[in-house]
Design a protein around this ligand. Structure first.
Ligand SMILES: NC(=O)c1ccc[n+]([C@@H]2O[C@H](COP(=O)([O-])OP(=O)(O)OC[C@H]3O[C@@H](n4cnc5c(N)ncnc54)[C@H](OP(=O)(O)O)[C@@H]3O)[C@@H](O)[C@H]2O)c1
Length: 283
């Protein structure tokens, strides 16, 4: 089948293109500046070739900046997504759309199911929730895939930041130990997305690495792999005073994904190991 991937130069988009191709699909990768999803649907449509489906990995993803760039965040994550949903509806093709655990407030302590109530804590989460609503309201075929805490070769991410800091300085690293999620390797996520596409999944599906941890635990594992002995100190998130509030426990329940595909996602530890090999961090 032929798939359009929007946001194809981004961290996830790049791997989705690779995984789709690897599974034998024809892929048309698109991104800024050729394709801007904030353009009206009539204009946007002219830049999107005919295909069997659309995968939207394009987004405004700067969580802290979104607090002061609300209009831009909503223009991309809500209005832009609405435009894509209208194009998909008109063409009668499915839209595969990426969303986030940040639609939840993270106040619970059990993994979130797809039907659990949403309550975003920050502007980015609000804009992504508005995007989900736009996809559902458009009336076409869709799958909304909520994921979290991504790391991959093609973008800035937490793993790269920790590796750089540990290698550049002997100072201990301080990392929050009261926020929990499932750090997800984009290559593993892209593989799961292709499985959902091939299973003709519809509706909302949660998809992230198996198992969860705090950012402190994740950082400690990264350091153990690349610079054993470098000290990592746990700190509470309130000591950071970042512009956007993050959910404390936004782990996602993936039973629906497993039922739809018959597959279980690799753990975050497996993801980290595979990522280190892809980045050649050990050589
Ligand atoms: N990263 C995470 O930890 C995380 C967690 C949960 C969910 N997600 C979701 O997963 C998806 C992929 O995230 P990612 O981290 O791969 O994002 P990313 O690396 O920031 O990539 C997003 C891509 O979209 C492009 N883009 C931005 N505005 C656009 C527009 N108006 N029209 C067309 N393309 C546009 C970006 O181009 P420029 O770079 O030129 O702006 C970039 O190539 C997003 O939906 C995100 O919300 C991400």
């Amino acid at each position: 089948m032929k798939w359009i991937v929007i946001g194809a130069n981004g961290m996830l988009g790049h791997d989705v293109v690779e995984e789709l191709k690897g599974a034998g699909h024809e892929v048309v990768p698109l991104d800024l500046p050729e394709v801007d999803i904030t353009k009206p649907p009539e204009e946007l449509e002219q830049h999107i070739p005919e295909a069997d489906g659309l995968v939207n990995c394009a987004a405004y993803t700067r969580v802290d900046d979104a607090e002061t760039e609300r209009t831009l965040a909503f223009a991309v994550n809500a209005e832009g997504v609405h435009h894509l949903a209208l194009v998909a509806l008109k063409r009668e093709i499915p839209l595969v759309h990426l969303s986030t655990d940040y639609v939840f407030d993270g106040h619970g302590c059990r993994p979130y199911g797809e039907r659990d109530p949403v309550n975003p804590l920050n502007v980015y989460g609000l804009s992504k929730l508005a995007g989900e609503k736009a996809v559902r309201a458009a009336g076409g075929r869709y799958v909304i895939i909520r994921t979290q805490s991504l790391f991959g070769k093609e973008g800035p991410n937490f793993v790269k930041a920790i590796v750089r800091k540990a290698r550049e300085s002997e100072q201990p690293l301080t990392v929050v130990n009261d926020q929990f999620s499932a750090p997800t390797y984009t290559r593993h996520l892209a593989n799961g997305i292709v499985r959902l596409i091939e299973a003709n999944a519809e509706g909302i599906v949660h998809l992230a690495a198996a198992d969860s941890c705090s950012w402190f635990e994740f950082a400690r594992q990264i350091v153990t792999e690349i610079k054993p002995g470098h000290e990592v100190i746990p700190i509470p998130s309130k000591s950071l005073s970042r512009p956007a509030t993050r959910p404390q426990h936004s782990v996602l329940n993936m039973e629906r994904y497993q039922r739809l595909t018959g597959h279980s996602m690799p753990s975050w530890r497996n993801g980290l190991e595979a990522y280190f090999h892809e980045e050649d961090y050990f050589t």
